[in-house]
Design a protein around this ligand. Structure first.
Ligand code: SF4
Ligand code: SF4
Length: 115
């Protein structure tokens, strides 16, 4: 069975790495969408869903109607929005240091997800 705490840390590290790029985008976080927020909701287990629903406005208080997008980024933990956390546009792979860190974390996540 996958190690939940390890995965939580790895997705968090990946999100921290990409956050810097996405925050500087124009507009910031432009790959976020209402549909992606809905997809994240669908993937949550009941316990997480209850916590999230208690802390996020029913009608979505986020930027441009996106339930989970605040002006400073996503309010969800990275492990609760895996597809979003894994995504970064390929243009940033020209930054070799970033690319190496990104794929190192993705490979660790893939290994941890298999267990
Ligand atoms: S993935 Fe790329 S295009 Fe999308 S918000 Fe992040 S930096 Fe911007
Ligand atoms: S990162 Fe967060 S705010 Fe952006 S689309 Fe995913 S769930 Fe929504």
């Amino acid at each position: 069975m996958a190690d939940y705490h390890l995965l939580m840390r790895l997705y968090g590290d990946l999100s921290d790495l990409t956050e810097e790029k996405c925050a500087q985008c124009n507009p910031p976080y432009k790959c976020c969408s209402v549909q992606r927020c809905k997809d994240a909701l669908k993937g949550m287990n009941r316990v997480v869903l209850e916590i999230v629903e208690e802390n996020v406005d029913e009608d979505g208080s986020g930027v441009n109607g996106m339930k989970f997008l605040s002006p400073t980024g996503c309010v969800l933990r990275a492990i609760d929005r895996k597809a979003c956390a894994l995504w970064i546009c390929p243009q940033h792979f020209e930054d070799v240091e970033f690319r190496d860190q990104y794929f190192d974390l993705v490979n660790q996540i893939m290994e941890a997800e298999k267990k």
